[in-house]
Unconditional design. Structure first.
Ligand code: SF4
Ligand code: SF4
Length: 399
């Protein structure tokens, strides 16, 4: 029987079915073990399955499942590397999705107490209030700026993400400036909310679907308005895209809304969504008017590739854009999430340090806010999102 992956399937939240699937996947992975050093989930899975078999049990208890789930930090790299992943083999091994399903079942049966949710909300508020940098929200900046696109400008819809909206509006401003250099008319629908990734990571399907429905509606309405406004043939109109500056959030729009929200609008949005860097590679920005002096030589940059950009079609786009502008790019990868195992973190940090050390100067750049935060916190080096780096080099940001 094919594994259940559809959240609307009647067996999706069946504990016995999930246990059977963990058993099946665990047996395949135990015979392979290629991922044993990627995270803690795999060694825990093998150990617990061996322990269960030794006592005559055939599946893990919900608490044991949770131990395995807690070892997964959702990097997605096991699926990327697996020769038996869905689409590559009839075995359809997708450990990431399976552990996500276990997370959701846990959340449904044991929702976190209200106090935990209030504490999480308070932590977010304190982070925002304690950030000493003055911030104008990205959408406020968009509403205040006066821009009059040329007739015939190519329409583009941006999903800025809540990180850009609240914490890093300069990334959004950089994206708008670069898009305008491609001849695009960039629009941001009002009322968008977080893509819902934090809720999904916690297994909170209801919370995720609520955010997803709202974003799908607003973005497809904006797409529809742009597409019907646009002159030209139907194929040309259909090429209006939704661009996203952060690869992890682009992945949510491209794959998870179809799974969890469903419907033709979610499918339309998935097809229209691209990483902003990939869009810029296809529509190269010209060196048009700058708002301030360009920052001079492009220089050296150590570019960290987020896990999500390695699992998405945008892989390599931002490095190519930086090279076209004259940057000397050294690419590094490796997960820098604080939830990654110590050995993975240490290896990734060493890779970054070696790249910086071999240059002795330059900046570090990453489209993953978590990785960038970790790099900047552990060194005196300048850290910046690659779109911002590109826009500053082109004189598109005046502060
Ligand atoms: S996920 Fe795939 S590659 Fe990784 S251990 Fe399992 S079977 Fe092997
Ligand atoms: S998604 Fe990443 S962290 Fe999760 S099981 Fe796969 S390799 Fe481990």
């Amino acid at each position: 029987m094919a594994p259940v992956t559809d959240p609307f399937h009647p067996r999706y939240f069946d504990q016995r079915d999930l246990g059977d699937e963990l058993d099946r996947v665990g047996a395949v992975c135990a015979g392979c073990r290629a991922c044993v050093e990627r995270c803690e989930a795999f060694p825990r899975l093998f150990e617990l399955l061996d322990g269960a078999a030794a006592t005559g049990r055939h599946r893990l208890t919900p608490d044991e499942q949770q131990v395995v789930v807690d070892g997964c930090f959702d990097c997605g790299l096991c699926v990327l590397a697996c020769p038996d992943a869905p689409g590559r083999s009839d075995r359809a091994i997708d450990v990431r999705q399976l552990l996500q399903r276990a997370r959701e079942l846990r959340h449904r049966d044991h929702p976190p107490p209200v106090t935990t949710r209030i504490a999480a909300g308070a932590r977010r508020l304190v982070t925002r209030v304690s950030d000493p940098r003055p911030r104008t929200r990205f959408t406020t900046w968009m509403a205040q700026r006066s821009s009059s696109p040329n007739d015939g400008a190519r329409p583009v819809v941006m999903f800025p993400t809540c990180h850009v909206e609240h914490h890093a509006p300069e990334i959004g401003r950089a994206g708008v400036g670069l898009l305008e250099q491609t001849g695009a008319d960039c629009r941001v629908p009002s009322g968008l909310v977080c893509c819902g990734a934090p809720q999904l990571a916690a297994g909170d399907v209801a919370g995720f679907v609520e955010s997803g429905r709202r974003n799908v509606r607003l973005l497809t309405e904006a797409l529809g308005a742009h597409r019907s406004d646009r002159d030209g043939d139907a194929a040309d109109r259909d090429r209006v895209e939704v661009v996203v500056p952060l690869p992890a959030c682009a992945e949510i729009l491209r794959s998870q809304y179809v799974r969890y929200v469903g419907g033709s609008d979610a499918e339309l949005l998935a097809e229209a969504t691209v990483d902003l860097a990939a869009h810029l590679l296809e529509h190269p920005p010209s060196m048009a008017e700058a708002t301030s002096e360009p920052t001079g030589d492009a220089g050296a940059v150590t570019l960290h590739l987020p896990c999500r950009s390695r699992t998405a079609p945008a892989d390599g786009a931002i490095a190519e854009l930086l090279r076209r502008d004259g940057f000397e790019v050294t690419e590094v990868s490796g997960c820098l999430s604080p939830r990654a195992p110590q050995a993975i973190l240490a290896a990734a940090a060493t890779e970054v340090a070696v790249a910086i050390g071999s240059r002795g100067d330059g900046v570090v750049s990453s489209a993953c806010p978590t990785a960038l935060g970790a790099i900047v916190a552990s060194s005196t080096i300048v850290g910046v999102h690659p779109l911002e780096l590109l826009a500053r080099h082109r004189g598109l940001l005046d502060n």
